[in-house]
Design a protein around this ligand. Structure first.
Ligand SMILES: O=C(O)CC1=CCC(=O)O1
Length: 264
């Protein structure tokens, strides 16, 4: 980072037994750390679970945008340094998965394992993101709500789990305009397609089979670019795969990260 840049203060929640391996969870655009409630419940017996809000989201600091994925990843490193955590695994969904890739490239020496869910080395249609940023700055996030049916979760799931859908949509409703817009600008500028080969951390990549935002082909390209990475395609899920299919994703995380850390 340049000398002018400073990390933003991230809101976080830490659960699980002191001394257990640490898994850090990074959420997606327009959500907050509650996105990982299913994983915190399932995994906090065996791991320390550190969930954080992104900069400009939840209860984190809201610097003026534009942001970059590098700055957002350094926010995480700043939080870990403050908490005295050296080694960790990182699980990220969507933009959180972009942070995971950046961490793998720049801070691999501190990582045990990575899990990259519903993410990309470059997100779809980069020129559209500054337009979304401008609209959110002027109107807020309400115009996005209806299209999250399908984009974030399958309409069938929302019908079966209306409280779950409401919880997710409330995260979007309450996301600060500047924070959401700053992240859109980070997505517009983000492109790690030529850098994936530098990631040496054991990596699991997870795709939702019905995800229109990061389709299986986009997510597969991440797995293909990272040496030795495994790919899991989850049937019947859209973008927020860890929330729509919590048992499948929690079990896959436990198996992948447990294999690297519990035996240590
Ligand atoms: O919410 C969306 O539109 C899809 C998305 C792209 C990056 C991210 O975190 O979510």
């Amino acid at each position: 980072m340049g000398i002018q840049e400073k990390t933003a203060r991230l809101n976080y929640r830490l659960d699980g037994p002191a001394g257990a391996p640490v898994i850090v969870f990074g959420p997606s655009l327009g959500t907050d750390l509650e996105l990982f409630e299913p994983q915190a419940t399932a995994l906090s017996g065996d791991f320390q679970i550190l969930r954080h809000d992104l900069r400009g989201h939840g209860e984190s600091e809201v610097p003026d945008g534009p942001y970059t994925i590098g700055e957002m990843a350094e926010d995480v490193i700043g939080l870990l340094d403050e908490l005295g955590i050296d080694r960790f695994s990182y699980v990220g969904v969507s933009i959180g998965g972009a942070i995971a890739q950046w961490l793998g490239i720049h801070h691999g020496h501190r990582l045990d394992a990575l899990v990259i869910c519903a993410s990309a080395a470059q997100f779809y249609d980069p020129p559209s993101w500054p337009q979304r940023a401008a609209k959110v700055r002027s109107e807020g996030t309400d115009f996005l709500i209806e299209s999250r049916y399908g984009a974030w979760f399958t309409p069938e799931w929302a019908e079966r789990s209306p409280e779950g859908a409401t919880r997710l949509l409330n995260m979007l409703r309450t996301t600060p305009r500047e924070g959401y817009a700053g992240c859109c600008e980070a997505i517009a500028a983000y492109d790690l397609r030529d850098r994936l080969g530098e990631i040496a951390t054991p990596t699991l990549v997870i795709a939702g089979e019905e995800d229109p935002a990061t389709p299986v082909a986009t997510v597969s390209a991440v797995a293909e670019g990272i040496p030795g990475a495994e790919l899991l395609v989850v049937a019947g899920s859209s973008h927020l795969v860890n929330f729509e299919k919590p048992h499948v994703v929690s079990a896959a995380i436990a198996k992948h990260i447990g294999a690297v850390t519990i035996a240590r």
